[in-house]
Design a protein around this ligand. Structure first.
Ligand SMILES: [Zn+2]
Ligand SMILES: [Zn+2]
Length: 215
């Protein structure tokens, strides 16, 4: 089945929220609904979709602002990696740091684990990629990968926020390059989509790590 991916850019950090659905089924997942839930709902309505869950790559303030509104409107569960609890708990503090008014901190219904997760008809391979945050996870669905703020087109996630760690991120990037096929489409938390193959050729943060991928 082929996966449809709609990107909705939300909030002051220009964060990518994604609505995804399979051909022939109205069931959709919402990934990282960062802000502007009304824009996300507009997309869902416009495509005639039926949300079944919110699944997040991580819990930074620019990725979770729309979660509570979507949970309330559709009565759907929220999935997050357990190591993101400290990030989620720091949501109001982080909003104050960036001078933003916090939304309602969402409650987590299911904690993600490494490996396979089935949500409705979606089979999600959870590849743990800590470093940007302690529980950052790449979500592999069919031949698409939602990378959160781990990998961007031409860059990688910052590690100077609470819970971030550069060496851990480097280990995760090596692991991602080993485990995720190069031609899968990467959908980052900010900016345009890319592929790992493309990033391994051009991304200045990945190129120095290539020797560790082949060792
Ligand atoms: Zn982030
Ligand atoms: Zn972000």
């Amino acid at each position: 089945m082929s996966l449809n991916v709609e990107r909705i850019v939300t909030g002051p950090f220009q964060e990518n929220s994604y609505v995804i659905w399979q051909d022939g089924s109205p069931s959709c997942l919402v990934i990282d609904p960062g802000d502007d839930p009304e824009l996300i709902i507009e997309t869902i309505l416009g495509k005639g979709l039926h949300p079944i869950a919110v699944v997040n790559t991580h819990a930074h303030l620019d990725h979770i602002g729309g979660v509570s509104d979507l949970k309330e409107k559709y009565g759907i569960p929220f999935y997050l990696h357990p190591n993101e609890k400290s990030v989620l708990d720091g949501y109001e503090r982080d909003c104050a740091f960036f001078g933003m008014t916090p939304k309602v901190t969402p409650t987590v219904d299911h904690w993600l684990n490494t490996g396979e997760l089935k949500v409705g008809d979606f089979l999600i391979q959870c590849v743990e990629t800590p470093g940007h945050t302690p529980g950052g996870t790449c979500l592999v669905i069919n031949d698409h990968v939602f990378t959160g703020d781990t990998i961007f087109a031409g860059s990688v996630g910052r590690t100077d926020l609470p819970g971030g760690d550069w060496n851990t991120l480097c280990e995760s990037l090596v692991k991602a390059m080993k485990e995720i096929p190069g031609d899968y489409i990467l959908h980052p938390g900010h900016g345009l989509h890319t592929t790992l193959k493309n990033e391994m050729l051009k991304n200045p943060f990945l190129i120095p790590l290539l020797k560790r991928v082949n060792s």
